[in-house]
Structure formats: C-alpha cells, structure tokens
Design a binder for this molecule. Structure first.
Ligand SMILES: [Zn+2]
Length: 416
C-alpha cells in the first residue's frame, strides 16, 4: 500500500463504508471531501498516527468507533459550531474525536432544535397499568432506554414482554454501566416477579445486571423468577453464578433451550429457531461465534409476530435464513447486534420482512441500516435515539408503536 501521510479520501458518493481504512499506521492527516454524509463504523479506527482531521460541512453522521484509537489532536470542520452540534456522532468509541481541538469554518446558521416532548413517564404508567390489569389481550414488547449521561459504552439489550394475560418475560438485562436505568425501569413499571427470564447469550452487555435483578425480585420485589431459559452456552462466570442463585430458590430451570423447541404462553406460540445443537459445539471464546450462538426466538399471537435474535452476525443470519425460511417472518423485529454493521444484511431484512425494526443501544445502530429500512418503507426505531420503546401486537395482526421521544432518529445523549 502506498504511503499516505496526508491523504484526501477520493470522492465516491455520500457514504464511507465501515472499516475502509481501519488500522492504517501511515495515515497522519485525513481530509474527507465535501459531499460525504456518512462515515461508517470503524472506518478509520486504530490509525495510530492520525492526528489531523478535516471534515466537510456535508457530513451528517459519524457511526460507532469511526476514529477509535486515533490520537486526534485537531479537527477542522467545514461548518459552524452550531452545525457541528447537530452532527449525529455515535457515543461509542468517540472519546478521542470529541476531546480533540475543533476549528470551525463558520457560517451556516441552523434553526434551533425543537424541544422534545418526553413521554417516558406515560409509557411507564401504561406498562404499570397493563401489568396491574393482568394483561390486555395483546403481546407487548418494551425496550427501555438505558442511556446514562456521560456513559459512552453501549448500554446493551434488555426487553420485557408482557403476554395477553399478564405473564412476563425478561430477555437479557442490559450492561452494568447502565444498571441504574435498568433497575429504574423495572421498579418504575411495578414489576415484582417474572414468569420467565431468558438470556440470548453470555456477553456482558446482555447479562451483567442479572445478579441485581435477581436480588431485587427475591428481595424488595418479593415475587421471584418462575422459569429461566438458557441455551447452555459455556462462557463466562455470570450465567453459571446466576443459575446457582436461581436453583437455590426453586426457579424451574430449562438449560437446553435451542432450535426446534416450541412453547405456548397464554396463547402466544414461542418458537426457538436457534442456535442448533451443532452450533453450540463451536467454541464461544471467539466473539463472532459467541454472538452467533444467540437464542433466536419468534413469538406469534394470532397473525402478529415478533422476532428477537440477540447478536447474530451476518454469516449466521444467512445460515439461519437458509434453515428457517418462512419461519423468520415477523411484523416486529429487534435488529441483530444492536443494529451494528456486522449484522442486518439485506438478505436478512428480506427474510424477516418486518414492518417495525428496533435497535437497542445508544446510537441509531448504524446509519446504513436506518437508510436501508427507510428505503424499504419499514419503520425504524432505536432506544438510543427515541428512549423507551413499546410495541403492542394484537391477534388480528395490528401493531402499535409508542416511543418516549419523537420519531426523529436523533441521538438523545448529546456528547459533543
Ligand atoms: Zn450485545
């Protein structure tokens, strides 16, 4: 590869692809040309000499970890400070970019941001009412906004399902740095017990609040956890410790939940679509394998359905699509791996065909996914942009979506 101490990215359309120049140790100064709108995830990450950056006024999005590990000192931006403040910058891995000295070309006044209505309290109230009434005949999927001011790591996955007659299922627990928000949500809706708890896989951003949630439900909550579902993935200490905790308290443990299993909960058919027995034999020490061993679950109430598959990567999405075919189709789907560029391929979106797709994180997931979903006419949500989300499915196939903040995909947590 040629030496490029000072380099201007060749103009090639509005989107710079993820990882395009990651790890280039010769790059000291980078100019992104006017016309570029999106810098993809990790595009210039770990460029160990990159100190000077010139960004165009046309830019609108900088995805996760774009400049992570770069010793950035000076950032020259083609617009004004006000325009810079409107850029969507994923908080993940952006510490260096945010801390670098900024030089603004000026000009370009912007209209003030509309203050955003916060309906978080109403959403908690609504969930509390549904729980207190013992359900309302619908299947509800709640994804709480877990962002904590000043915490830039990803907040992880946590979703709560409420079945038609009020049974509850918590899938994953969120990440330890965001524990306070996870607990606030569970307490806020008046949750005192869980009928079911399941972990998609053993990564920290999915399981590291398990102990706290268990302590709460067996302490002040008082109602405990009736059933626990797990694939048996062998990784880390948290899940084994939690299983030990539950076993001592009489929870019914199902530790072989995998492809082919099928359950009925209050008129909802729960199909386990992955992982398979063979996939669980692979070594979960490898990050991609571990994520791709996520529990894949499809919930169907009459004609309405929900699909949640943890952190599947693209290769596993293709394998699952080939194996499951039509069984993947769903009205509402959680994006895989927090909406990240490793996942959610066009082939996967085709196979699922969801009308509503949401990501759990502190950003939009990835700008490419948001754009692709819009192109398909699907509604797109993220807890990082819209806070707490609630999807309510009716047996006739209807689906209602409520969000804490307005529909615009604008990051809540301003980090710059
Ligand atoms: Zn994750």
């Amino acid at each position: 590869m040629e030496k490029k101490r000072e380099w201007t990215l060749p103009a090639a359309g509005p989107v710079v692809e993820p990882l395009i120049c990651a790890g280039d140790q010769t790059l000291a100064s980078l100019t992104v040309p006017e016309g570029v709108e999106v810098l993809g995830a990790k595009a210039f990450s770990q460029c160990g000499e990159l100190r000077v950056l010139r960004l165009p006024r046309s830019l609108t999005h900088i995805d996760m970890k774009c400049f992570e590990g770069c010793p950035l000192e000076d950032v020259y931006y083609g617009g004004s400070a006000e325009q810079w403040a409107r850029l969507e910058i994923s908080p993940q891995g952006s510490e260096g970019l945010l801390a670098a000295r900024k030089h603004f070309a000026g000009g370009g006044a912007v209209s003030p941001l509309r203050p955003r209505e916060d309906r978080g309290g109403d959403l908690l109230e609504r969930l509390r009412g549904i729980l207190a009434a013992g359900g309302d005949g619908r299947l509800h999927i709640a994804a709480p906004g877990l962002c904590v001011d000043g915490v830039l790591t990803k907040p992880g996955d946590m979703t709560l399902l409420i079945f038609p007659e009020g049974a509850t299922m918590l899938i994953d627990t969120g990440h330890a740095p965001n524990r306070s928000r996870a607990m606030e949500f569970l307490r806020g809706i008046g949750l005192r017990s869980l009928d079911y708890m399941a972990f998609s896989h053993a990564d920290l951003d999915h399981v590291s609040n398990a102990g706290e949630i268990g302590d709460y439900l067996y302490g002040p909550g008082g109602g405990g956890i009736r059933h626990f579902w797990w694939t048996g993935q062998r990784f880390g200490d948290i899940v084994p410790a939690f299983i030990k905790f539950l076993r001592a308290r009489g929870t019914e443990l199902d530790l072989r939940v995998r492809a082919g299993r099928r359950f009925w909960i209050q008129g909802v058919e729960v199909q386990i679509l992955g992982p398979t027995e063979e996939e669980l034999l692979l070594d979960p020490a490898d990050q991609e394998i571990r994520n791709s061993q996520s529990m894949m679950m499809r919930f169907a109430l009459g004609r309405a359905s929900y699909l949640t598959c943890g952190d599947l990567y693209a290769a596993q999405e293709a394998a699952a699509a080939a194996r499951c075919g039509e069984a993947l189709r769903a009205d509402v789907a959680k994006s895989n791996h927090h909406g990240c560029f490793t996942s959610n391929t066009d082939g996967w979106l085709d196979a699922v065909g969801a009308r509503f797709v949401f990501s759990c994180g502190n950003d939009s997931g990835s700008t490419a996914l948001v754009r692709e979903l819009r192109r398909r006419g699907a509604a797109c949500f993220s807890t990082g942009c819209q806070g707490t989300l609630l999807f309510s499915l009716s047996p006739g196939g209807g689906c209602e979506a409520l969000t804490q903040y307005d529909g615009e995909m604008r990051c809540i947590q301003r980090v710059n």
